[in-house]
Design a protein around this ligand. Sequence first.
Ligand SMILES: [Fe+2]
Length: 374
Amino acid sequence: MAGGYEQYREDVVGRANVADTPELIAYYERLKKQGTGALWTVANKIEPWEPVTSSVPMLWRYRDLRDDVLRALDLVTPEQAGRRVVYLENEGRSDVVAAVGWLYSGLQVMKPGECASSHRHSASALRFIMEGSGAFTNVDGHKMTLGANDFVLTPNGTWHEHGVSEDGTICIWQDGLDIPLMNALEANFYEVHPELNQAVSFAVDDSTATWAGAGLRPAGMAWTKPYSPLLKYEWAPTYEALSRYAKVTDGSPYDGVMMEYVNPHTGGPVMQTIGASMQLLRPGEKTRAHRQTGSFVYQCAKGSGYSVINGKRFDWQERDIFVVPAWMYHEHANGSASEDACLFSFHDLPVMRALGLYREEALADGDGHQPILA
Ligand SMILES: [Fe+2]
């Protein structure tokens, strides 16, 4: 009976399977009046057999978005807007302004000489630089200069501001945050810095100078904060590390040659709630499909190719962004027979792992490849 109390019935042993009767309906209505309900009418809905996501796989083409992102330069100032950003809205998650799951993503644009006001928030944030020169971020007094494909952290609770130097060019970067998660947890605070811009308290780029030595750490240096002291991960050493690793490994059948950005102090994820990776697909490489708990935002950092997500093909090239919702099969292919392709991604796996929820599963059928749905 559509719209009745029995709409989630399942004829499976161990699951709720109660047919509506006039007597039960009267009972349910009495319960409702008292702010209660019978669990068996909703149990199968609220405890699905496996994760259910309202997010859909989506891809945003940079070449389609770029003009409108640049248009924002003429329409609002950073002072008016706070942050001049075009956000990516998942069709199934517009109510929480998420790009996928509990993750937010947007494209921020700034021109030379501009600097957004300093602030801090409960959400953990990152940026991945898409284009331009002269961009900088100041995190708790650590000023960092940023170039294309650099990845920078602004962890939960740190004062931060972004800008572009006078001698730079218009810069666009992807902002990634866990704003929807913070709101879901009802733990989100936001503060504007009492002074518009905070001081630069350390030598510029001191975080990479101190913590970016591969296999080396600064002697006697204490670090007690719950995020990576290496606030910036530059593209050139990242690509070099991947290229070197690719010479000695077959890589993962699902992800190709993949490396995680880590906190050099712990070897763990860069922030408490958000992790990030860079993966390299060799020329012509096609991975097999798997699915994971957790949500992923990808940005193509180099080359071109496609990913099949839940049976749908998404073609990508440099700077395109796409998302893989939780527990959806996905596989990646490098479209070039001669050049490698690189995918940056960030995700909420640190949350999944901390809560004991991480799970992954390979696609058993179809030789590991999904049928492409029309
Ligand atoms: Fe921020």
